[in-house]
Design a protein around this ligand. Structure first.
Ligand SMILES: [Fe+2]
Length: 357
């Protein structure tokens, strides 16, 4: 005899309960983040004074161009694209000499993104991590992002069952989660050599996309390049602060806006790079609204569609990515299920005030 409607309803309910139990069970088996010290920390009452201008000299400028302390006989390098990205293994960032650390800045500027494998960097402790990163400039203390209790220098990226930051910053009706940007470009002294190390990662997914802003510039016609070179754009932290305020998060410093050249020159390599990004660039100085919108839209499309000057950086346990924020844009990929934890930390040293091309 066929089961009655109420019997079916009971079976469905039992099955649903079991699914719930299984989920709970897997949640119980989760021992939490591998590195709880770096768990995202928010104190809404934390306040920072305005950032002051500091003197900056790029460590890459004093590096030996041959990089003998970084690229020795044990170091293996694999270039991912002719324009951007090199995978490096056989060297520990934590063991580099002063010269080696200077060479790291130069190599990051030249290759735009360096992916270091099998690093012990995540295990050397916050004080040493900060000490290494500080060599590349004053570390920005982020006005709104989660940091580490007692260590406001860390910018924590965390996505998992209990905390999904991407949800906070990317509107829910987007078709995809791609958000090209250069970090904190609203600062007067924008970041240069930037460190990002992974603590927990999904087996598949959670990669970071990077694009070369040098090659994005090089692809333009000489006439168009010339036109862009006289222009400046406003980069703003206002929206980021508003989003944080709306969801009851911290605004540790009143948001700032800076005007930067549309094309900047790298102080060490001399390369010219586009310096606009969809995350923080708002308008072109002196242009009317539609003129500014159209030009920026063209540049954002050009950068986003340039798969032949982009890479996809993958993570394995121990991966540390060092990139130069002056000559790149990047985007997270929120393509993995939030039942899997992705936990990473960024240290963001600020470099020079952008030099117009
Ligand atoms: Fe970023």
């Amino acid at each position: 005899m066929a089961p009655s409607v109420s019997e079916i309803a009971t079976q469905v309910q039992e099955a649903t309960n079991n699914v719930g139990k299984l989920n709970l069970q897997s949640a119980k088996q989760d021992n939490g983040p591998s590195y709880p010290l770096y768990y995202p920390y928010y104190d809404v009452n934390e306040k920072f004074p305005p950032t002051e201008i500091f003197e900056y000299s790029d460590p890459g400028a004093r590096a030996d161009p041959a990089k003998p302390h970084l690229l020795n006989a044990d170091t293996k390098v694999h270039h991912i694209s002719p324009f951007i990205g090199t995978e490096v293994s056989g060297v520990q960032i934590s063991q580099l000499s002063e010269e080696g650390l200077d060479e790291l800045a130069l190599y990051a500027a030249e290759r735009k993104v360096l992916i270091f494998r099998d690093q012990d960097f995540k295990d050397i402790g916050p004080d040493r991590q900060i000490e290494i990163a500080k060599r590349y400039g004053q570390i920005q203390r982020h006005p709104t992002s989660p940091n580490v209790k007692g260590y406001p220098e860390f910018h924590v990226v965390y996505r998992g069952a209990e905390h999904d930051r991407l949800k906070d910053i990317i509107r829910s009706d987007r078709i995809n989660r791609t958000q090209w940007h250069s970090d904190i470009s609203y600062e007067k002294q924008t970041p240069g050599t930037t460190f990002f190390f992974i603590l927990d990662q999904p087996d598949v997914g959670g990669d970071t996309l990077f694009a070369s802003q040098v090659e994005a510039y090089n692809r333009l016609s000489p006439a168009f390049q010339q036109r862009l070179e006289g222009l400046y754009a406003v980069h703003s932290a206002v929206e980021q602060a508003e989003i944080s305020r709306r969801r009851g998060g911290p605004v540790r410093r009143e948001p700032v806006e800076s005007v930067h050249p549309l094309v900047r020159r790298h102080p060490v390599t001399g390369e010219k790079a586009l310096y606009v990004n969809q995350g923080f660039t708002r308008n072109i100085v002196g242009y009317k609204f539609e003129e500014s919108e159209n030009l920026l839209k063209f540049l954002y499309d050009h950068i986003a569609k340039g798969a032949d000057f982009q890479i996809r950086a993958t993570y394995q346990p121990g991966t540390v990515i060092v990139w130069d924020n002056r000559v790149t844009v990047h985007s997270a990929t929120g393509d993995f299920d939030t039942s899997i934890r992705r936990h990473a930390v960024r240290l963001t040293p600020q470099a020079e005030i952008p030099i117009p091309a």
